[in-house]
Ligand binder design. Sequence first.
Ligand code: GZL
Length: 321
Amino acid sequence: MSFRALLLAGALSGAVLATGAHAADLTIGFSQIGSESGWRAAETNVSKAEAKQRNINLKIADAQQKQENQIKAIRSFIAQGVDAIFLAPVVATGWDTVLKEAKEAEIPVVLLDRDIDPSGKDLYLTAVTSDSVHEGRVAGEWLAETVGDKPCNVVELQGTVGASVATNRKKGFEEGIAGHADIRIVRTQTGDFTRAKGKEVMESFIKAEGGGKNICAVYAHNDDMMVGAIQALKEAGLKPGAEILTVSIDAVPDIFKAIAAGEANATVELTPNMAGPAFDAVIAYKASGTVPPKWIRTESKLYTAADDPQGVYDSKKDLGY
Ligand code: GZL
C-alpha cells in the first residue's frame, strides 16, 4: 500500500505527517513518453537509479509516444492512489482534464523534460526541464560564429510536432542566427526525435537541395535525428562535419563518437537526470509541505571537437543511453 493509501486508510497518525513522509513509503507513477531516443532511454534508466537511491517505489508506464496512452496511465495512477505523478508530456496541449482529475484526487504532478501550455500552470507542482529556447539559441549562435559572414543554407530537423521543446528549440535557433541575413533555414520538417525519421527526412532534403551541394549546415532538435541525418549524408557521398556543418542537442554518446570521427561538429548537453530533483521536491513537499519553485531548471552546455569528444564518449557510454 502506498504512503497515501495508508494515510487514507487512517492507518497513519498525523504524527507521521509532522515528522514527514519517509521516501521509502512513497509510490510514484511516471508517465514516460517512450524510448524514441538515446536520451529518453537514459532518462528512464537514471529515473530508476534515482528512485532506488531514495527507496522510492517507481512505476513507469511507456506511452510509445502517444498522448492517449499517457492520459490512460495517469488515470491508472490516480486509481492506484499513488503519492505523486511524474509526467513527461509528449505534446504541450490536451492535459487540462486529466490533470484536473489528479488535482481533485490531491495527487501532486511533476513535469519532466517538457512543458505544458501556460493555461495548465496551476495543475502541476513543478516542472524539471532545461531552458529549451536557450538550447536552440546556443546552437544558432555557434553556427553564426562558425560561418561568419559567409552565406549558409540550413536544413532543420524538428522534434515532435506540438512538443514544447520542438517549438522552443526552433524559436531559440532563429534568435541565435538573427542578424545574420545570409544564414537561412531553407528546409524544415519534423523527424519526430528518432534516428530513422531523421535519416528519412535528410534523404528528402538532399534530393530537394541539388544532391546536397546547396546545404551548408544541418540543425537537428536532438542528436538521434542528427545521427540518422549523418548516415544519409554519408550514403549520398557528402561529408558531414566537414563540408556540411552539424549542430544538435542532447549530448548523447553517439554524437561524441561522430564528433571524434570528424563527422559532426557540435551538441548542446541536456542532463538525463530530471527525476532526481523531482523526487527531492516531492519528498520535501510530502514531508513538510515545502512548495518548490514552479520551474527547476537544468543546465545546458555546448560541446565541440575542442572538448575531448572521445573522452566525453567514454564517460557517457555506460550511463544507460
Ligand atoms: C528534451 C526532451 C527531448 C530530447 C529528445 O527535454 O523532451 O525528447 O531532446 C527526446 O531526445 O525525444
